[in-house]
Design a protein. Structure first.
Length: 377
């Protein structure tokens, strides 16, 4: 007996490929898992060798085990060579955790963030450094700077800009006074979830959240919980902690808060602005070498006279250096004088940017390079 195929070829029943049994596929997965685990431990052993070499070469001096530029290069190469079926983002997330676990063997690292536990800053710290670091909640942005300056934490994660609320001025002001440098950046979409012990919207009597989160979900709340009272809290994480005790409460917070406090996510993505994104900076006490795809944050004081700022920006234009953002803040040293924070593409040691910085030092009464670091993935 033969079967006529659409292309005209004949295929006998005996020649048909036998479908794989589920047990065979599971056996293949188990075999691959063994290989992956063995390779992970080999990689971890290699990381320990790197640590030993660094310590031997340091001759008693402090060692920078965490290398942001090296990590950025690895993750970009992971995406470049990825052939699927997993997405680039998924594979990068896995490798970030591998790097995080390996680094923890070299140096247990503390990272400060804006607490309490379960905030978006907490999620940003986990996303950037992986889950093997020790995250330390701080009460305010100034406390994060202090934690890193005093050595209580190795790095800090501070919000600097939100796409709907604008610049976080306190972060910029603190950058003018700190000896720390910006070592990295990440942008994270802020996706609000409605969290509760209850399993139904009909049970919700009050909605608790930070005032900004309540404002960012205003239209959704009007349409879906018009009779629920809205109560402002000091943070979304605090709102989630309250919701643990009261089934008639709902909290607006991120997914991490729901997981941390064991709450049901009744609805996710309730923010009115779908592109709501917060940009975070990583602050630390080390300079970061070039990664090949970097950004630099500058602070300059323009002369208080007509055309002063234009003359400060002209060298960037003439050298073909792209400026991606500019923000001003009062200098606090003289009336109506301002500091300008400028993001540019490139590393301060790059051949096209370094001469521009030298020229700016001649033109402006103040130029501070706040840091060069790998651009956000």
């Amino acid at each position: 007996m033969s079967t006529e195929l659409p292309d005209g070829n004949d295929q006998t029943d005996a020649g048909k490929a036998k479908p794989l049994a589920l047990s065979d596929i599971r056996q293949e997965i188990d075999s691959l898992d063994l290989q992956i685990q063995a390779l992970l431990n080999q990689r971890a052993a290699a990381a320990l060798k790197v640590a030993a070499v660094k310590l031997a070469e340091a001759d008693g001096k402090a060692v920078d085990f965490y290398r942001p530029e090296r990590e950025a290069q690895i993750l970009k190469e992971v995406a470049r060579r990825n052939e699927g079926p997993m997405s680039d983002t998924a594979v990068q997330r896995i490798f970030r955790e591998i790097i995080s676990a390996s680094l923890a063997l070299e140096e247990p690292m503390r990272v400060a963030y804006l607490g309490p536990e379960g905030t978006y800053s907490h999620a940003a710290a986990d996303r950037h450094f992986g889950h093997a670091v020790q995250t330390v909640p701080e009460a305010g942005i100034a406390d994060i700077f202090q934690a890193v300056e005093t050595g209580r934490a190795r790095f800090g994660v501070v919000p600097v800009e939100n796409s709907t609320e604008g610049t976080i001025n306190l972060t910029l002001d603190l950058l003018t006074r700190t000896p720390l440098r910006v070592c990295g950046e990440l942008s994270m979409r802020i996706q609000h979830c409605l969290l509760s012990r209850s399993e139904s919207l009909a049970d919700i009597e009050t909605v608790h959240a930070h005032p900004q989160a309540l404002a960012q979900c205003w239209h959704w709340l009007n349409a879906n919980l018009p009779n629920a009272e809205r109560i402002s809290e000091s943070s979304n994480a605090e709102a989630a902690r309250l919701a643990i005790k009261h089934p008639e409460y709902a909290a607006i917070a991120g997914e991490i808060a729901g997981e941390l406090y064991g709450l049901n996510s009744l609805v996710s993505g309730i923010e009115d602005e779908r592109n709501n994104t917060t940009r975070f900076l990583i602050i630390g006490d080390q300079d970061v070498p070039p990664s090949g795809d970097d950004a630099t944050l500058l602070m300059i004081a323009a002369p208080h006279k007509p055309g002063g700022l234009r003359r400060m920006l002209q060298p960037l234009e003439e050298a073909g250096v792209s400026m991606t953002r500019i923000e001003s803040r009062p200098s606090r040293s003289a009336l109506w004088e301002y500091h300008f924070f400028i993001d540019v593409n490139g590393h301060q040691d790059d051949a096209n940017l370094a001469p521009v910085l030298d020229e700016l030092r001649e033109l402006t009464p103040l130029l501070k390079v706040l840091g060069s670091y790998p651009r956000a993935l």
